[in-house]
Design a protein around this ligand. Structure first.
Ligand SMILES: NC(=O)c1ccc[n+]([C@@H]2O[C@H](COP(=O)([O-])OP(=O)(O)OC[C@H]3O[C@@H](n4cnc5c(N)ncnc54)[C@H](OP(=O)(O)O)[C@@H]3O)[C@@H](O)[C@H]2O)c1
Length: 336
């Protein structure tokens, strides 16, 4: 094949917020699939806060992206050549395909995506990694009961917006925390949360006291830092705190801000549990099936925020850290 594959390779380990020179935008030959592999033309690249962590050296739940390697990313596209008998040309697949136009992957490393059921970007959001994260993080770790109060930060984002909606489906009262009046309106009016707190304009501590008079039974944390600390001060007895992420700390150049109100766990007989979605890979299909049922029944709103053009990747990724996305941030690749 003569076509060129544009791709972003990691060029340097960022200090603080990533800058464009932390990646190299290069042209490479489109690779040929080997036995058991497929060649995928990528249509959409998922932009995730975790990508910031993958750029760091050091031990994590997954090895870092190597310098000179294609930037790791979830993506979805179409099989255009196949040496895997189970995957035909024209089928749609998703997986860790990278920030590039074409990827070769083992057939075993990709998921088939049914575009009759939902468009491809939804498979990077509600029916993909963020959806599975929200589903198991809330239901397996948060375990909300009917009538309990669930608070979720990053409430207008990909994971947070789904967590609040699933909690409502399970009969909980849901309070979201998000940045800005428009995001707060979105989570209440479009996603059905009971209330929202604008952490950029309101005193979060006072607002939690007002919205959670009996305390917080489940706190699903996406942001860490001061908001985690404020939530800890309002826990109900036997509360469950789910540590899903801490985006406020991902670009820290000094020590990460830990919670000082952690003794609230002791006095409230509460627990705080970190989790990584990949712990649930063997149950991925179960979550997707249930979420797809809710979507089809109109019980769940899936919102994608779609940016355009592979070359805009470095700046588009930063939208996550500037709070400029509502719902799942996805990059559409030109010509897809
Ligand atoms: N554990 C896992 O397996 C797993 C899997 C997926 C995601 N995650 C984590 O879940 C969290 C949400 O991910 P997502 O994909 O759904 O992203 P997202 O919420 O769609 O986007 C990130 C949002 O974070 C908020 N934010 C950015 N900087 C902030 C700050 N300093 N303080 C408070 N909020 C800030 C912004 O919203 P505002 O405008 O409201 O500030 C921004 O829109 C991240 O921490 C991510 O790492 C964990």
């Amino acid at each position: 094949m003569d076509a060129v594959n544009h791709q972003f390779q990691l060029a340097a380990r960022p200090v603080g917020l990533p800058k464009p020179s932390d990646w190299r935008y290069v042209q490479a030959p489109v690779p040929e699939p080997g036995d058991g592999e497929v060649l995928v033309k990528i249509h959409y690249v998922s932009l995730d806060p975790a990508m910031r962590g993958w750029m760091n050296e050091g031990r994590s739940y997954i090895p870092p992206v190597g310098i000179g390697e294609v930037m790791r990313a979830f993506a979805a596209g179409e099989v255009i050549a196949s040496k895997d008998p189970d995957l035909a040309v024209g089928e749609h697949v998703g997986g860790l395909l990278g920030v590039q136009e074409y990827a070769v992957a083992s057939g075993k490393a990709v998921f088939k995506l049914d575009t009759d059921l939902a468009p491809l970007p939804v498979y990077l959001g509600a029916l993909g990694m963020p959806g599975v994260t929200a589903y198991f993080g809330l239901l397996d770790i948060g375990r909300p009961e009917r009538g309990e109060t669930v608070v979720v930060s990053g409430a207008a984002g990909a994971v947070g917006g789904l967590v609040g909606q699933i909690a409502k489906l399970k009969g909980a009262r849901v309070v979201g925390i998000a940045g800005g009046a428009e995001k707060c309106r979105h989570v209440v009016e479009e996603l059905g949360f009971d209330a929202a707190i604008d952490y950029k304009a309101q005193d979060v501590d006072a607002a939690l006291a007002a919205h959670c008079p009996k305390g917080i039974d489940v706190y699903f944390d996406n942001v860490g830092g001061d908001i985690l600390d404020a939530a800890l001060a309002h826990l109900a007895r036997h509360a469950r705190v789910v540590i899903c992420g801490a985006i406020s700390q991902y670009n820290a150049t000094g020590a990460i801000k830990g919670p000082s109100n952690y003794l609230s766990l002791l006095v409230n007989h509460a627990s705080m549990t970190g989790f990584v979605m990949s712990d649930y890979l063997d149950r991925y299909a179960e979550a997707v099936r249930e979420m797809a049922g809710w979507l089809a029944a109109g019980k769940l709103v899936s919102r994608e925020d779609i940016a355009h053009g592979l070359e805009s990747f470095p700046d588009t990724l930063l939208r996550l850290f500037r709070g400029e996305n509502t719902g799942k941030l996805v990059l559409e690749i030109a010509g897809s």
